[in-house]
Design a protein around this ligand. Structure first.
Ligand code: F0G
Length: 455
């Protein structure tokens, strides 16, 4: 069959509040043109993030009722720990309230002034947590990963030569090597198993722990199964286990491929590092058998992890993005190719080439998409990454607009509506204007800064 259907039925629904284009124009203006400031009721299709926005299954809701809220030694923790370890065989698993809490704990140990931490591409919270300790974060993704038109099957791969040179240059100042799967900031692009193993081997050779940011591990594994020679007949679970067996630790946001609305974890093999992390966990999150979560959250994740590796789900999940991406491409809209795992990314720098990077073409597109279709997307470009630690501003490597799809939440007609909104935008796009930032905080400015339209 040509159509890959949503592999689920809908049992419970949430109404969408309809708005007009004029209403949306004044709503976004009233919110200083920052899409993060909008009330979600004022959004028709919310593609701001795939994080914590997914729909849980009836089995997850049932598991929530089994949540045991004991302060210490809860059976829900044991269910959670077993479900994580089934996929990611780490010795110590510390539950946190979300991914960035795991990062903050990790870099309270590995960070600090003078430290240098490589990754294929650090996500913004990872970079923020590293830089907040005075350490520096560097992105060493392969060159193909920075070219939105390049159809390399694993554009999230680490550049191994650059990693070797980096470790030779920075030597003792490197506390760990990181790898983000899939590479969110680079377009939701996967990393091959071969590259994960090669990075692990290089890290080992230099005596550095290898830490995976595993937020979208199942989507990454699906791409490995589809695209990597020799992997087609393997189960997702086996591929996932292979990815994590060669790592010394991981950070995780269960709000992505944990199928949960909240949660995360830090996993480690080194007992000394785990002791330090546990002390920090108790100080900032909670006792080690609940960390930053309720018992019911731990149960939702345990069940979610058994559902996320389902091949029918992953086939539908990845096809949604490819479907939209193909339609936008056919309209001449430059999309990042191939389609990523959790999102469709439009190359706004290319499409709105009349808006220079420091006037934020990605932001201009995201605002227009909201005004026209009520669709909330997210700029991943110069607004997010342009401010440098020394206070200067530089264009980011790319100016992308990300439309991230909540898991199991929207249907085919929402996808078709999104495509129609772009059809409306095509004749208008040359008249779109850039923006300036009128107010910004010191770190992670994109969440709260104020914008004003130019001219
Ligand atoms: N790492 C990656 C690759 C992420 O995409 C995120 C979150 C985090 C870490 C932090 O996890 O939100 O649970 O604290 N990404 C979300 C997004 C926010 O929209 O891409 P968190």
């Amino acid at each position: 069959m040509k159509t890959i259907i949503e592999p689920f039925r809908i049992k419970s629904v949430e109404p969408i509040r309809m708005t007009t284009r004029d209403e949306r124009k004044s709503l976004i203006k009233d919110n200083h043109y920052n899409l993060f400031s909008l009330k979600s009721d004022d959004v028709l299709i919310d593609l701001l993030t795939d994080s914590g926005t997914g729909a849980m299954s009836s089995n997850q809701w049932a598991a929530i009722m089994r949540g045991d809220e004991s302060y210490a030694g809860s059976p829900s923790f044991l269910h959670f720990e077993a479900a994580v370890r089934n996929l990611m065989p780490f010795t110590y698993i510390l539950p946190t309230h979300q991914g960035r809490a795991a990062e903050a704990i990790l870099f309270s140990i590995y960070g600090g002034k003078g430290k240098n931490i490589p990754n294929n591409t650090h996500f913004d919270t990872t970079r923020g947590n590293i830089e907040a300790t005075g350490a520096r974060a560097h992105d060493l993704v392969i060159d193909e990963g920075r070219d939105p038109t390049n159809e390399h099957p694993f554009k999230g791969n680490m550049n191994l030569d650059k990693l070797e040179a980096y470790l030779a240059e920075h030597k003792d100042s490197v506390p760990c090597v990181m790898m983000t799967i899939t590479n969110n900031a680079g377009g939701g692009q996967p990393v091959s198993l071969e590259n994960i193993r090669a990075v692990a081997a290089i890290a080992k050779k230099h005596g550095k722990p290898f830490i995976i940011d595993g937020c979208r591990f199942a989507e990454n594994a699906w791409f490995i199964k589809l695209r990597e020679p020799g992997q087609a007949d393997r189960s997702i679970t086996d591929i996932v286990r292979d990815c994590f067996t060669c790592a010394d630790g991981m950070t995780m946001s269960a709000k992505k491929d944990g199928f949960a609305n909240i949660g995360g974890w830090l996993a480690l093999n080194d007992s000394d590092i785990a002791d330090l992390a546990r002390a920090k966990l108790i100080q900032t999150e909670g006792f080690p058998t609940y960390g930053g979560m309720a018992g019911r959250d731990l149960e939702a994740i345990a069940q979610g992890l058994s559902e996320i590796v389902d091949e029918d789900y992953l086939r539908y999940r990845i096809r949604t993005n490819a479907y939209i991406s193909e339609k936008l491409d056919a309209m001449g809209i430059p999309v990042v190719k191939p389609a990523g795992g959790h999102a469709v990314f439009v190359d706004a720098r290319k499409w709105l080439s009349h808006i220079p990077p420091l006037s934020y073409p990605g932001h201009a597109l995201a605002v227009a998409l909201y005004e026209i279709g009520g669709i909330r997307s997210c700029e991943i470009g110069t607004v997010m990454f342009g401010r440098q630690p020394d206070g200067t501003e530089q264009p980011a490597a790319m100016d992308l607009v990300r439309m991230a799809f909540p898991r199991r939440t929207y249907t085919q007609s929402h996808a078709d509506y999104l495509i129609e909104s772009f059809e409306e935008l095509v004749p208008l796009k040359d008249r779109l204007k850039g923006f300036k930032i009128t107010e910004e905080p010191k770190l992670m400015r994109h969440f709260t800064c104020h914008f004003a339209p130019l001219g």
